[in-house]
Design a protein around this ligand. Structure first.
Ligand SMILES: [Zn+2]
Length: 451
């Protein structure tokens, strides 16, 4: 097949064009010959010329439409550009089958999704300028680049200049400043094309040329002292000013290199907007202005810490009081026991807890279960039979005993009857239920069991 004329190489700002259909490929064997294994790719359109940029150089492919047919991906092989038609979108739009429409020779109209392309160009060119500046300032080599949905990363290796052993955030911010200065100067971004490697070799570049023919070198600024100069097949705005803004967020050591997290163009601005919105919410919450926000947050944290200490002390005091109340009930019970014949069904007078045939039951609905556990633990030795604490908030029943009654065994044998969960040991166990009525029935069962 003849090579596709790539119109974006002639004018990167071109958004649409008319072209003649060369072929429509729907045959799986043909796709596989092109190295396409993905079964989702079912229909590829080849044109004599195209404004669509196929993926390459770390830049994603364009999307758009050809005669209203959605183009979801574009690739290139041996200088031929293949436009992938989105069949699901074609059918949803009620268009005729691509095979009937894209007949060889037919003139069709292409339009790219310009917002997406411009976004890609801003990010891609932002990466160029940053990489160029890392190279110029510190001899840093871009060894890996990723254009993610949420941020870009560049992996910088400091192998060229051993005097730099690490890339600090301060160094990165210096590079960020240099990169933004290139933008403010609105340096021209020029693509120099060379037929062979020998022709291109005189041109200063930050990375060795890896291909032999059809070499494009992209240079930001004057080739004698460029903000960047490197071989690249991507699309770039004509001037650095169109990149708008470059922001580095963080740098971290990664596999002997340094990973730089960054963003460029409208995405850097969108990030500023998002962070500013968060900052505004925080300012409102703390009645602060940005300059005194941290100070006000610190004051609030100190207050919170004091409240936590106070709460802890109060809780401990309540826990001690509740333990004392139960202990007093237990003493009363044991005194009654010494004078009467065993424990009866009637509650002895003066008890604070509920009396269930020798068992004492308390309900507390104002503490976490772990705190309630600390009420019973100090008085375990005084509990000759069983003390129960019901947490009405979570329908949890806590069991305490000196071991005369095996709490863990009671839970194990009875809780599951009411879909309860839990466990424990001889002295202390817990059972959690989905409904209060189940917890109450469980308590009734224990009472009957121990009567
Ligand atoms: Zn590029």
């Amino acid at each position: 097949m003849n090579k596709t004329v790539r119109l974006y190489q002639q004018d990167v700002d071109m958004r649409s064009n008319d072209a003649a259909v060369v072929a429509l490929i729907t045959d799986r064997a043909e796709m596989e010959a092109l190295g396409i294994k993905d079964k989702a790719v079912q229909c590829l359109c080849v044109l004599d010329q195209s404004v669509f940029f196929p993926e390459g150089g770390g830049q994603p492919s364009d999307r758009g439409t050809i005669d209203g047919y959605a183009v979801c991906h574009v690739r290139e092989k041996d200088n031929v550009v293949y436009h992938q038609i989105d069949l699901a979108a074609t059918r949803a739009a009620g268009l005729e089958e691509p095979a009937s429409h894209f007949t060889p020779g037919r003139i069709v109209h292409c339009e790219i999704d310009w917002d997406r392309r411009f976004d890609n160009m801003q990010r891609h060119c932002g990466e160029h300028i940053l990489s160029g500046m890392f190279f110029r300032e510190y001899g840093g080599i871009n060894r890996g680049f990723h254009m993610g949905d949420d941020y870009m990363t560049i992996d910088i290796s400091l192998e060229e200049k051993p005097e730099f052993t690490e890339l600090t955030m301060d160094m990165a911010l210096h590079v960020e400043r240099c990169a933004n200065e290139a933008i403010w100067k609105n340096l021209p971004v020029t693509t120099y094309r060379f037929e062979t490697k020998a022709d291109a070799e005189h041109f200063p570049v930050r990375k060795k040329l890896a291909i032999e023919r059809d070499i494009s070198i992209v240079c930001v600024g004057d080739p004698k002292n460029p903000a960047d100069s490197v071989a690249c097949c991507g699309t770039h705005p004509k001037f650095a000013g169109q990149v708008g803004l470059i922001k580095i967020w963080k740098v971290e050591a990664n596999k002997g290199m340094f990973r730089v997290y960054c963003e460029a163009g409208q995405r850097a601005l969108a990030d500023y907007d998002a962070k500013h919105e968060i900052l505004t919410k925080l300012n409102n919450k703390y009645s602060a202005n940005t300059h005194d926000l941290l100070e006000k947050m610190k004051i609030a944290e100190e207050k919170m810490s004091a409240v936590r200490t106070e709460l802890y002390n109060l809780k401990q005091s309540v826990i001690r009081q509740r333990s004392a109340v139960i202990e007093s009930d237990l003493k009363l019970l044991s005194a009654v026991e010494a004078t009467a014949k065993g424990r009866g069904e009637t509650a002895p007078e003066g008890l604070s807890g509920r009396y269930l045939n020798g068992i004492l039951l308390y309900e507390f609905n104002d503490m976490k279960v772990d705190d309630l556990l600390t009420i019973g633990r100090p008085i375990l030795d005084d509990i000759k039979k069983l003390v129960l604490i019901l947490d009405g908030q979570t329908n949890t029943v806590l069991l305490f005993s000196d071991g005369t009654v095996d709490c863990g065994k009671i839970v194990k044998e009875n809780a599951s009857i009411y879909n309860g969960k839990g466990g424990g040991n001889k002295n202390n166990a817990r059972a959690l239920f989905s409904k209060r009525e189940y917890a109450e029935t469980f308590i009734d069962l224990i009472e009957k069991h121990l009567r």
